[in-house]
Ligand binder design. Structure first.
Ligand SMILES: [Zn+2]
Length: 74
């Protein structure tokens, strides 16, 4: 059986199924609850960003993931 750990909360995911209970974000594997928190943060940041730039967005997603992985929570 394959076990993948979430890069953010370090929780082990048994029987990981991509798109169902684990996700890839900016080359990190994240569990569903971390993905939800991250998406919420990113969504809020996008709303307050005017004008919106795709370069900023891509960097923001990568930075958010790196920070979350360091902190151990999204
Ligand atoms: Zn997680």
């Amino acid at each position: 059986m394959i076990t993948i750990s979430c890069d953010v909360c370090k929780k082990k995911m048994d029987d990981p199924q991509y798109g169902r209970n684990f996700f890839y974000y900016a080359s990190h594997s994240v569990c569903e609850s971390c993905k939800d928190s991250l998406e919420l943060n990113i969504k809020n940041a996008i709303r307050s960003r005017d004008p919106f730039e795709i370069n900023w967005f891509e960097k923001y997603v990568t930075d958010s993931l790196d920070k979350a992985a360091q902190k151990g929570k999204a």
